[in-house]
Design a binder for this molecule. Structure first.
Ligand SMILES: NC(=O)c1ccc[n+]([C@@H]2O[C@H](COP(=O)([O-])OP(=O)(O)OC[C@H]3O[C@@H](n4cnc5c(N)ncnc54)[C@H](O)[C@@H]3O)[C@@H](O)[C@H]2O)c1
Length: 232
C-alpha cells in the first residue's frame, strides 16, 4: 500500500512490533509511538511519546505528518495492564491508570489524526480491545472496563466518521507477548488451533486488511484469537 502512512501507538510492544513489520511489508510507511522505543522494529520512524500527554501526542502526530507525508491509518495499541486485583480491591488510581492509557489516549489520538485522515479522503482506525472486556475475566476489572470503553468509542466514531470514508474497528487479539508460562499454557489449552497468534502473521495481517481500501467493515470488533472465544 504505497503512499499510506500508519501511526501505531504501543508500537514497540510485543504485538506492536509485529503489526509494524506487517504494515511495513505491505508497503506502508510506519511510525511507532511508545514510552520506550528501544525495542521498536519495522517502523520507519520510532518516536518516544507518552499517549497520556496531550502535548506530546500533538507533537508526535505533527512530526509524523510532516516527515512521512500525512497519516492514513491509526492503530491504537498503547495500554497499561493491571492484572490480578479483585473488583473489591480496585482503587480510583487503578481505574485512572487504565483509562488514561486506554480510552482517553485512544480518543485523543483519534481526534488528533482525524483531520489528517479526512484530508486524504479517508482512512482507517484500528483500536485494540480485549477478550478480558468482551467476555469478562476475573482480576482484570479496570483493564476490562477501559477496553470496553475503547469499543464504545470505536462504534461511535464509525457512525460519526463513516461519511468521511474513515472506517473504525477494534481487534481483540490473543497473541504471543510477555506473558507468564502459565498464561501461555492456558491459552494454548483453550485454543481450537492449539496455539496463540503470531503478532506479525496473525494479528498484523488482520491490521493490514482492515487498513486496506478493500475492507467494507466498520464499527466492528474482530476476535483475532484462532477461535479461543468462539464457544462463548
Ligand atoms: N497479547 C495479547 O494476547 C493481548 C490480548 C488482549 C489484548 N491485547 C491488547 O493488545 C495491545 C498490545 O498488547 P501487547 O501484548 O503487545 O502488550 P505490550 O505490553 O507488549 O505492549 C503495550 C505497549 O504499550 C506501551 N505503552 C503503555 N503505556 C503507554 C503510554 N502511556 N504511552 C505510550 N506507550 C505506552 C508499552 O510501552 C508497550 O510497548 C494492547 O492494547 C493489549 O491490551 C493483547
Amino acid at each position: 500500500m504505497p503512499d499510506q502512512v500508519a501511526i501505531v501507538t504501543g508500537g514497540a510492544g510485543d504485538v506492536g512490533r509485529g503489526v509494524c513489520r506487517a504494515l511495513s511489508a505491505a508497503g506502508v510507511a510506519v511510525a511507532a509511538l511508545d514510552l520506550d522505543v528501544s525495542k521498536a522494529d519495522g517502523a520507519e520512524l520510532a518516536l518516544e511519546c507518552d499517549v497520556t500527554d496531550h502535548h506530546a501526542c500533538a507533537q508526535a502526530v505533527d512530526a509524523v505528518a510532516s516527515k512521512l507525508g500525512g497519516v492514513s491509518t491509526l492503530v491504537n495499541m498503547a495500554q497499561a495492564m493491571l492484572a490480578g486485583t479483585p473488583l473489591l480491591d480496585l482503587s480510583a488510581r487503578d481505574m485512572r491508570t487504565e483509562f488514561e492509557s486506554g480510552p482517553n489516549a485512544t480518543l485523543r489520538m483519534m481526534q488528533l489524526c482525524y483531520p489528517h485522515l479526512k484530508a486524504r479522503g479517508g482512512g482507517a482506525i484500528i483500536n485494540f480491545a480485549s477478550g478480558a472486556g468482551t467476555y469478562g475475566l476475573p482480576g482484570l476489572g479496570a483493564y476490562a472496563a477501559a477496553k470496553e470503553a475503547i469499543r464504545g468509542l470505536t462504534k461511535v466514531a464509525a457512525m460519526e466518521w463513516g461519511r468521511d470514508n474513515i472506517r473504525v474497528n477494534a481487534i481483540c487479539p490473543v497473541a504471543t507477548s510477555d506473558h507468564s508460562a502459565d498464561w501461555v499454557s492456558q491459552a494454548v489449552a483453550v485454543s481450537p488451533m492449539g496455539r496463540v497468534g503470531d503478532p506479525e502473521t496473525d494479528i498484523g495481517a488482520v491490521v493490514v486488511f482492515l487498513a486496506g481500501p478493500g475492507a467494507f467493515i466498520n464499527g466492528r470488533t474482530l476476535q483475532v484469537d484462532g477461535g479461543s472465544g468462539a464457544w462463548r
